[in-house]
Ligand binder design. Structure first.
Ligand SMILES: [Zn+2]
Length: 463
């Protein structure tokens, strides 16, 4: 038997369960907290039933003494141990193609049409993920909702500057745009696939209305247009920047392009989880598809608690729709906080703040926690730089921040001294600063060749 995509999924039924835009915004978007919870309970029960068939969970939950009857609803979530990327890597070490968290056995299971994508993977093998048709379509519907919220309408042209190929971001964007927005995806890919100047020529010729990409690359494109091609990026007619802002300076990016910049949060394993609405006041979680808990780090006994509103915690995600690799309490290590109150847009789905950093990219320096993202926010606020930087950690005592000067007229010692003082004020730690020539960091950060820009170079133990 050869499986066929259109026979493997009932799209009409799926659209009733997970309404795409614009219907979603007339229905589930305004549900009360109780209505949202009731829907989550139904989907969670089905997701748990599936998860119990997955060997990864059978062995982990079995070891923790958990039995199927122990989890009867979302109130029992805290009984389930969390897991994170190292646990996935451990499963991948045993089988790099069919890790046991997929829950698919190609020797025994009936065939289904699978999509295959990976994480960005800056070191070692990237993390693979496969998607059943239903998994993929829910992710596509969510992409469509996100873009609708951010102003995308039929016949708009979305230039996608994310890597195409193995990493999920670029191709997932294409599917969502094409299937659920009516807009046209223009897949130029990263700077390695279409050089930046060519990207700008195409943007001009094809009148792209939105750019999809990482903020560092969108900033780079604007600066190349302005400083190398003599084109004011604001004259290009781009209305929206669809991006992952994190701690990047939204106002500076919007000012460069004369366009609205929208933040998004998602992962290779399950696509978009949360995003900005037009109010740009926190990212709404799509709560019919995900349960997001914000947890404290484990205490000495391994126990974790939900942080209180406004406090930062690690985002722990439970999917409510996945067949391949359902994610039950996946600790993303991304730090964020819940936004209190109601959003001006009228949407009732809870909001989280922009991602403040990755708990596992944190560097402990003389007892102080330093996030490269926080360093980047300070670098980006000084107009003498172009926002490009790289944190180089030489030892547990010492980090040097290399920053690019905007033009040769900048006085390096003065720029370095001011930044050093700013870091000390804002981060309570002394960092060394080295001012370098514009463009010289790109080979180390991958700015022009990948969409996952590297901001931390850890040389500890490598000399
Ligand atoms: Zn809103």
């Amino acid at each position: 038997m050869v499986p066929r995509y259109h026979e493997a999924i009932d799209i009409a039924a799926l659209c009733r369960e997970f309404p795409p835009a614009p219907e979603f915004f007339d229905t589930a978007w305004h549900w009360s907290a109780d209505e949202i919870r009731a829907r989550q309970e139904l989907s969670f029960a089905r997701q748990m039933e599936r998860a119990w068939q997955v060997p990864f969970y059978q062995r982990r939950w079995g070891a923790a003494g958990l039995e199927p009857g122990d989890v009867r609803g979302l109130a029992d979530l805290p009984k389930i141990p969390t897991f994170s990327v190292p646990d996935l890597r451990e499963s991948l070490a045993r089988d790099p193609l069919w890790p046991d968290y997929f829950g698919i056995d190609p020797e025994r299971d009936p065939p289904i049409p699978l999509a295959f994508q990976t994480s960005g993977g800056t070191t070692g093998l990237p993390r693979p993920m496969m998607f059943a048709p239903r998994d993929r379509e829910v992710m596509n519907i969510v992409t469509g909702r996100r873009l609708y919220m951010q102003g995308v309408r039929p016949f708009d042209r979305l230039q996608v500057t994310l890597s195409l190929g193995l990493p999920n971001g670029g191709l997932l964007a294409r599917e969502g745009i094409q299937k659920y927005t009516g807009a046209v995806p223009i897949m130029t890919g990263s700077g390695a696939q279409t050089p930046t100047k060519r990207q700008l020529e195409l943007m001009q010729a094809w009148r792209s209305t939105h750019l999809v990409g990482f903020p560092a690359y969108l900033r780079h494109m604007a600066l190349v247009a302005r400083d190398e091609l003599g084109i004011d990026p604001r004259s290009l007619g781009v209305r929206g920047l669809i991006t992952h802002l994190g701690l990047e300076d939204r106002a500076a990016l919007e000012d460069l392009w004369g366009a609205q910049a929208y933040d998004t949060y998602g992962m290779n394993e399950f696509g978009t989880v949360a995003c900005d609405c037009a109010a740009k006041d926190g990212m709404h979680v799509f709560e019919d598809c995900f349960v997001v808990e914000l947890l404290t780090p484990p205490d000495a006994a391994g126990a974790r608690a939900e942080v209180s509103e406004g406090e930062a915690g690690s985002a722990v995600v439970t999917t409510l729709f996945k067949h391949v690799a359902p994610m039950i309490r996946f600790d993303t290590n991304d730090l964020t906080a819940l936004k209190p109150g109601r959003c001006a847009c009228g949407g009732t789905h809870r909001r989280i703040d922009g991602i403040r950093g990755r708990a596992d990219a944190m560097v402990k320096l003389r007892g102080v926690n330093v996030f490269p993202e926080a360093v980047g926010a300070l670098v980006g606020a000084d107009a003498r730089g172009n926002g490009e930087f790289l944190c180089v950690v030489e030892s547990g005592e010492r980090m040097t921040v290399r920053v690019e000067a905007h033009d040769p007229g900048v006085d390096p010692p003065c720029f370095a001294a001011d930044l050093k003082r700013r870091f000390k004020e804002a981060l309570s730690v002394t960092l060394d600063v080295e001012v370098v020539q514009r463009g010289s960091l790109a080979p180390l950060t991958g700015l022009d060749s990948t969409s996952k820009v590297r901001r931390l170079l850890d040389l500890r133990g490598k000399s």
